[in-house]
Design a protein around this ligand. Structure first.
Ligand code: 5GP
Length: 116
């Protein structure tokens, strides 16, 4: 089990592995998903290594709010004018595969509901 500072996303933040980064600020990084599930599939992550949403604490409220505003900003930046979906997979039953909180932005096509 990698430590929270040794996930693939921590390595992307540290520029140890490449990613197609579309936005960055002091608190957040956004980059294209390597295995896109829609024409636009971007991940927004905190630079602070919160492992998953259920591990967040009240002191994380600023960064959590910032992540949602970053989603909005990135969606506008990439031209998702017809809408988009924001997904957080939290834990095993949701299929979370990287232990660093990440918000998926999915768009560029009509999306089905409910997800599987
Ligand atoms: P999860 O299943 O945990 O909600 O989402 C993890 C996402 O990270 C997946 O959509 C997967 O394609 C993406 N991902 C995993 N490894 C990498 C990587 O090295 N680079 C990028 N850009 N995305 C990755």
């Amino acid at each position: 089990m990698p430590s929270e500072n040794d996930t693939i996303f921590a390595k992307i933040i540290r520029r140890e592995i490449p990613a197609d980064i579309v936005y960055e600020d002091d608190l957040a990084l956004a980059f294209k998903d390597v295995n896109p599930q829609a024409p636009v599939h971007i991940l927004v992550i905190p630079k602070q290594p919160i492992p998953q949403l259920s591990a967040a604490v009240p002191e994380d409220h600023r960064v959590l709010g910032h992540l949602l505003l970053t989603v909005k900003r990135v969606a506008e930046q990439v031209g998702l004018t017809q809408g988009y979906r924001v997904v957080i997979n939290n834990g095993q039953d949701a299929g979370q595969s990287v232990d660093h909180l990440h918000l998926h932005i999915l768009g560029g096509r009509s999306l089905q509901w409910p997800p599987g």
